[in-house]
Design a protein around this ligand. Structure first.
Ligand code: GLY
Length: 357
């Protein structure tokens, strides 16, 4: 389980990955790198990362403020300016050391700076390890609309080192688990069962679960890089979930919500719609809802918020001709893409989730 080949780059695992990184830097005669961090990854992850990179390499650290709120073009401008001041050129490499915000934004900054410099992802959150850092999506939010600006761009390599998870807060770890539930629901019933038995709480199991998740995602991305078809399945739960996340993001009076927490609710709502439209089994629906409530707690969404959340769904990137499109499930591991559902059904789904609170 040392590496997985992707679309023109490879994903390396554990300690061995740094060997690959140092070989890459030597082979490409790179003697100067830029490492993009936030205040948390600078403190908790950078020391390990620096220790693993050859002493011969000159490193400049570029720090940005953490949080989805900063995943925007203003932060990109700061990084582009710093790269300019530090005289980065087309031979330069940007290493994105962080969670999904850092790997998404850093990939976008690198891909657009001087028409594109190379970048490497070293994800430090579970969410980024199993999803964001793999698959070549880069981008930033436009106001509160998630990932509206961006491009598909390959990293040179992705290094997955689960030791970074040791310093990750529990809430952030669980946020990543939501994306693993998504892989289970859409592609792998056994993976879903493992998650529901909390196997991810044991680090050895978690290593296997990460590898399995990345393998699933990579197979999908290889078949449908630009998300014309199959890759849309990786958006299960995200039509409703992204809208909930955006709504909470723009209302700072509401509890702050992590990506995975919003997606977890989105998956329950979309499972409810799947049950009503395509006979997704009630047992699987109830079991998903109970696991989500147990893992993420009870997140209140008052009825007054339903209508603005439905409005936000109109901006979903999967929509065509103004029609909101969903990925729905006939069963665990059996999905249908590009389906539609009435607003009433979405409201019923939100009410179903809320009724358990
Ligand atoms: N996060 C879904 C995808 O990369 O396609």
């Amino acid at each position: 389980m040392d590496f997985i080949k992707s679309t023109g780059y490879s994903i390396y695992f554990k300690d061995n990955s740094y060997l690959e990184l140092n070989n890459y830097l030597a082979d490409n005669q790179i003697n100067n790198i830029f490492i993009l961090v936030d205040e948390h990854t600078r403190k908790y992850c950078l020391p390990r990362c620096k220790e693993k990179i050859s002493d011969a390499i000159q490193m400049d650290i570029i720090q940005i403020d953490s949080g989805e709120i900063n995943k925007n073009i203003t932060t990109c401008i700061k990084v582009w300016k710093t790269l300019t001041e530090l005289k980065a050129d087309r031979k330069s490499i940007l290493i994105n050391l962080g969670g999904g915000m850092i790997t998404d934004l850093g990939g976008f900054v690198a891909s657009t700076f001087k028409r594109g410099i190379k970048f490497i992802n070293i994800p430090t959150s579970l969410l980024s390890m199993v999803d964001a850092s793999v698959g070549s999506k880069t981008g930033v939010d436009l106001d509160n609309l998630k990932n509206l600006i961006g491009l598909f761009s390959n990293p040179e390599m992705v290094l997955i080192d689960p030791l970074y998870l040791e310093t990750l807060p529990d809430r952030e770890l669980k946020s990543g688990v939501a994306e693993i539930i998504k892989y289970g629901l859409t592609f792998d019933p056994k993976l879903l069962e493992d998650v529901k038995q909390d196997k991810w709480k044991n680090i050895n199991n978690l290593n296997d679960i990460i590898y399995k998740s990345v393998s699933i995602k990579n197979k999908v991305v290889i078949k449908d890089f630009k998300e014309v078809n199959l890759r849309k399945a990786l958006n299960y739960g995200h039509t409703v979930g992204h809208a909930i996340e955006s709504y909470f993001l723009e209302h700072n009076t509401l509890k702050s919500l992590l990506h995975g927490e919003a997606i977890a609710i989105g998956m329950v709502v979309e499972a409810y719609i799947s049950h009503k439209l395509f006979g997704f089994p009630n047992l699987a629906l109830v079991s998903l809802k109970n696991y989500v409530l147990k893992t993420y707690g009870k997140i209140r969404i008052d009825e007054e918020h339903y209508s603005p959340i439905l409005d936000l769904m109109k901006h979903d990137k999967k929509n065509t001709n103004g029609v909101v499109k969903y990925i729905l499930l006939k069963d665990v591991g059996d999905f249908i893409i590009d389906t539609t559902a009435s607003n009433d059904l979405v409201i019923e789904g939100l009410t179903y989730y809320q009724s358990s609170i």
